[in-house]
Design a protein around this ligand. Structure first.
Ligand code: TYM
Length: 343
C-alpha cells in the first residue's frame, strides 16, 4: 500500500558553520588565507553565520570612529571575498545581546588557570605593561559564547585560534556534564592544511598580525598593487640562495606557503618550479599572485563601503535572524541553571 505523508519530506538540515574576525584594524592577507578563503569555499555546504566581533575588539582601547569604520569594512570585506550575503547570516556581534549574556554565564564555568594559559592573552598582555583589561583575560569566554549560542558544528579559523576552540570545547563538555549532554553542541575546528599561519614579512618567526605596528610586516587587504609589490620586495628572507621549504628558511617558507595557499599547488610543486632560480624570482612572482588576489577584494570592498545603507540593511536582517536563534539557546541555558523563566 502506498504510504501517504501528511507533510512534504524535510530536506536533511545543513550543519552550522560559524566564524568571525575582530574589526580592530584592516584585515590582512593572513586573515584572508587562514580564514575568509575557507569560509567562502565551505559556505554552500553549511548553514553559515559570519560576524564582526566588535565586543572583542574593545578588549584593547579603540578609537570610536575607527571601530565603526572597521566594522563596516570587515563585513564589506567578507562579501568582497565571496561570501554570499543572501544565503549566510551576517551581523555585528554587539547587535545580538545574547553574546554578552551567555559570556557572563560561561565566565562562571571557566577557571582562572585555564584562561591564564591562553597564549593569545599572554602575547597581548606582554605587549602592554599596564592597564591590561579584565576583558582581555576573559576574551575566550565571549568567544565560546559566540560559538555555543548557535549549536555550531564547525569553526573555520587559522592556527592561532586553536587554543580558543579547545577551551570552548572544554567549557561545553563541563556544562553538558552538569546540565545534560544535549545542552551544547561540541564544535569542531577546521584549520586549513596550508595558509593557517602566514608569518610577518619582516619577522617570519612571528605571525602576520593586523595589530603589528610595522606596516611592512603585513599585506593589508586595502593595500594597492604597488604597496604589495614593495612589501614583498622588502620581505625578510634568509641567508643562502636556494629556494627550499625548510624550518631553517622561515622567510622563504612563508613565501612558498603564501603561493601554495593562493594557488592550491603543493609546496613541493612550487619548490620544484624554482629549482636554479633566485630569491628575487620568488619574491616578484609571489607579489604578483598576492596583488591579483587582493586587488579584486580591495576594489569590491571600496565599492560596498560607498553605500553603508546597504550594509546596514544586511546587518539588521542578520541580527534579527541571529537573535532568534541565540535567544532559544540562552533561554534553555537559563532554565537549566535554575533562573526563573522570564514572563
Ligand atoms: P582575528 O581577528 O585575530 O583573526 C581572524 C581570523 O584570521 C585568522 N588569522 C590568520 N590565519 C593565518 N595566518 C595569520 N597570520 C592569521 N592571522 C589571523 C585567525 O585565526 C582567525 O580565524 N578571536 C578571533 C575572532 C573570534 C572568533 C569567534 C572566531 C571571535 N569569536 C568565534 C571564530 C569563532 C580573532 O581574534 O580572530
Amino acid at each position: 500500500m502506498t504510504q501517504i505523508h501528511s507533510q512534504a519530506p524535510v530536506p536533511s538540515e545543513k550543519k552550522v558553520m560559524l566564524s568571525a574576525v575582530q574589526p580592530s584594524n584592516r584585515l590582512t592577507l593572513g586573515n584572508y588565507l587562514g580564514a575568509l578563503k575557507n569560509w567562502v569555499q565551505l559556505q554552500s555546504q553549511f548553514d553559515c553565520l559570519f560576524f564582526a566581533v566588535d565586543l572583542h575588539a574593545v578588549t584593547v582601547r579603540q578609537d570610536p570612529k575607527e571601530l565603526k569604520e572597521q566594522t563596516y569594512r570587515a563585513i564589506a570585506t567578507y562579501i568582497a571575498a565571496g561570501i554570499d550575503p543572501n544565503s549566510v547570516t551576517l551581523f555585528a556581534q554587539s547587535h545580538v545581546p545574547q553574546h554578552a549574556e551567555l559570556a557572563w554565564i560561561l565566565n562562571c564555568f571557566v577557571y582562572m588557570g585555564e584562561l591564564g594559559r591562553m597564549t593569545q592573552f599572554k602575547d597581548k598582555s606582554a605587549k602592554q605593561d599596564q592597564n591590561i583589561s579584565v576583558g582581555l583575560f576573559t576574551y575566550p569566554a565571549l568567544m565560546a559564547a559566540d560559538i555555543l549560542l548557535y549549536k555550531t558544528h564547525l569553526v573555520p579559523v587559522g592556527e592561532d585560534q586553536k587554543q580558543h576552540l579547545e577551551i570552548t570545547r572544554d567549557i561545553a563538555h563541563r556544562m553538558n556534564q552538569i546540565y545534560g549532554s544535549d545542552l551544547f553542541t561540541i564544535p569542531e575546528v577546521y584549520i586549513p592544511p596550508v595558509g593557517a599561519r602566514i608569518m610577518s614579512l619582516q619577522n617570519p618567526l612571528s605571525k602576520m598580525s593586523k595589530s603589528d605596528p610595522d606596516p611592512n610586516s603585513a599585506v593589508y587587504l586595502t593595500d594597492s598593487d604597488d604597496q604589495i609589490r614593495k612589501k614583498l620586495k622588502r620581505a625578510v628572507t634568509d641567508s643562502g640562495s636556494d629556494i627550499v621549504y625548510s624550518e631553517e628558511k622561515p622567510g622563504i617558507r612563508n613565501l612558498i606557503d603564501i603561493q601554495s595557499a593562493i594557488t592550491g599547488r603543493s609546496t613541493q610543486q612550487i619548490t620544484d618550479a624554482y629549482a636554479g632560480k633566485q630569491y628575487g624570482h620568488l619574491k616578484v612572482e609571489t607579489a604578483e599572485l598576492v596583488a591579483a588576489t587582493v586587488g579584486p577584494i580591495r576594489n569590491r570592498t571600496e565599492e560596498l563601503l560607498r553605500d553603508t545603507s546597504y550594509l546596514d540593511s544586511l546587518l539588521k536582517k542578520g541580527a534579527e535572524k541571529a537573535k532568534t536563534r541565540a535567544s532559544n539557546t540562552l533561554k534553555d541555558v537559563y532554565e537549566r541553571i535554575g533562573f526563573i523563566p522570564r514572563g
